[in-house]
Write a protein that binds this ligand. Structure first.
Ligand SMILES: Cc1cc2nc3c(=O)[nH]c(=O)nc-3n(C[C@H](O)[C@H](O)[C@H](O)COP(=O)(O)OP(=O)(O)OC[C@H]3O[C@@H](n4cnc5c(N)ncnc54)[C@H](O)[C@@H]3O)c2cc1C
Length: 453
């Protein structure tokens, strides 16, 4: 089968749905759109598929509307579904997934004057330029579709284990959880089993709380390079301290010094982080390539824990487990994974020393996440790069796009237009992985598509 569309959206997570909703609102009835995604729960992606109430949003409900021009949309949805939550509360991610799905369904129900949208459940496996000014995608189901405009919304993919498990018998291999988002593994864990979690970010906190919710009562050892875990939102958030980007220095060390000094002038450091937030993209764009690389090398772990905070009650629950010794942190570099006396053994070099230590556990869970959207996780992106349809970002932050999110690929000849939305554009925007930023980008990209006809 071969079909040609005005717009093809590739992906099935939040970014793809946000783009699709805006296309439905803005394209004329004559337009044809295809959304190609391999995820069974269109719109939910990894983030919003979970059904555990403790897996909560890390952004208050009032800032999570899918449509930036209707800021109360999500809060209204929560109210209409009997959830007693206000704009400042942190809703469950499962509810957010339902809201995203409902928003799309609501727009699709308006049949009059709406463009045609075909949802195709398949993986986009390859892409070529066609002579008729289109980009054509080979799909995993054997079909081919072509588009005059394409929007790539591929997210970051799943992290792989940082080391190969050597000599581990099959019985123990099944105890290495490479993708913790398939929560079915929790049902196999005995209450007293020892669990080792690799990575200490938001996914680690999710998994610790999911273990507890499933009756686990054993010890949890957390290993990460620096042993730093996310901080919490304040119960009473301070007013953001306005920050003038133009007056900040151009170096990472200078910026950090200024931010630390500002933090000392306020009662709660969160006021500084929240004041910086609206200016982060502009600040990133001002930094040289060298300073961006310096930020990624030295400041990223600190940025992550201060910037990507968890809901205050979630933080309190987690902190209790740390204080009572259930959760213990280890800072170091994982060297190898093996088996010792019938258990998994993770050897690591203790941070800032030459000492090698070992954690023995019944389960090992990979929560190392994907901080950056390179292209290596995606066969589609690798092929597009080989054909020079895209150019990888030099720092591994997705692909090169301009300020309008249009892909920069000087060797591409086809006049078909190619955009990217979400984490793939982090090289240009940095702060582009959360809903408040992606929804604005999705709307702007669609406006750009519509304006150029
Ligand atoms: C656990 C977790 C919690 C989060 N919590 C929050 C939060 O509380 N608030 C917030 O604002 N942000 C949160 N985020 C950030 C989150 O990444 C964004 O909000 C958003 O979900 C990103 O959506 P996306 O569509 O860009 O990427 P993804 O959700 O990763 O979706 C990408 C989709 O593309 C599909 N795909 C990939 N390659 C192909 C291909 N070749 N062909 C077809 N389909 C393909 C994938 O299957 C996937 O469905 C969270 C992220 C995670 C992982």
């Amino acid at each position: 089968m071969h079909l040609t569309y005005d717009v093809i959206v590739v992906g099935s997570g939040f970014s793809a749905i946000a783009v699709t909703c805006n296309l439905i609102e803005q394209l004329p009835a004559s337009a044809k759109v295809a959304v190609v995604g391999d995820d069974p729960g269109f719109g939910r992606g990894t983030a919003y598929r979970t059904e555990l109430y403790l897996h909560r949003l890390n952004v208050p409900a009032g800032r999570m509307s899918l449509l930036p021009h209707q800021p109360d949309d999500f809060v209204d949805w929560l109210k209409s579904h009997g959830r007693r939550l206000q704009a400042g509360d942190f809703a469950s991610r499962g509810d957010y997934g339902l809201y995203v799905r409902d928003t799309l369904a609501r727009l699709l129900r308006k049949r009059e004057g709406r463009c045609r949208v075909d949802f195709i459940k398949a993986k986009a496996a390859g892409c070529v330029e066609r002579y008729n000014s289109t980009l054509a995608f080979h799909l995993g189901n054997g079909d081919e579709i072509a588009g005059k405009t394409v929007v790539l919304c591929l997210g970051v993919g799943n992290a792989t284990l940082p080391v190969a498990p050597d000599g581990i018998p099959a019985s123990l291999r099944s105890r290495i959880i490479e993708n913790p988002w398939r929560l079915s593994w929790l049902r196999r864990v005995a209450p007293s089993d020892a669990v080792c979690i690799l990575g200490s970010g938001l996914t680690m906190i999710d998994q610790v709380l999911a273990l507890r919710a499933h009756g686990h009562a054993g010890k949890i050892e957390v290993l990460s390079r620096r042993g730093l875990a996310p901080l919490g939102h304040a119960w009473k958030p301070p007013a953001p301290l306005p920050i003038d980007v133009e007056r900040l220095p151009n170096t990472i060390s200078g910026i950090l010094k200024t931010l630390r000094a500002k933090s000392r002038t306020v009662a709660d450091w969160r006021a500084v982080m929240d004041g910086l937030r609206p200016a982060t993209q502009a600040l990133w764009q001002r930094l040289s390539g060298e300073e961006r690389a310096r930020f990624l090398r030295h400041a990223l772990p600190w940025w992550n824990i201060h910037r990507h905070r968890v809901a205050p009650d979630v933080f309190d629950r987690f902190e209790k487990l740390v204080l009572d010794g259930t959760v213990r942190f280890h800072a170091g570099f994982l060297k190898s994974l093996g088996a010792e006396e019938g258990r998994l053994a993770a050897s690591y070099r203790v941070r800032a020393t030459r000492e090698i230590a070992e954690i023995r556990a019944d389960w090992l869970v990979n929560c190392t996440g994907m901080e950056r959207a390179g292209i290596s996780h995606s066969p589609l992106l690798k092929e597009m790069s080989r054909f020079e349809l895209i150019v990888p970002d030099p720092l591994g932050l997705g692909i090169q796009v301009d300020a309008a999110s249009e892909v920069i690929a000087p060797s591409r000849i086809s006049p078909a237009r190619l955009f990217a939305v979400g984490a793939l554009t982090a090289g240009q925007f940095w702060e582009i992985t959360a809903v408040p930023d992606i929804r604005v980008q999705a709307k702007a990209v669609v406006e750009e598509i519509v304006s150029r006809g």
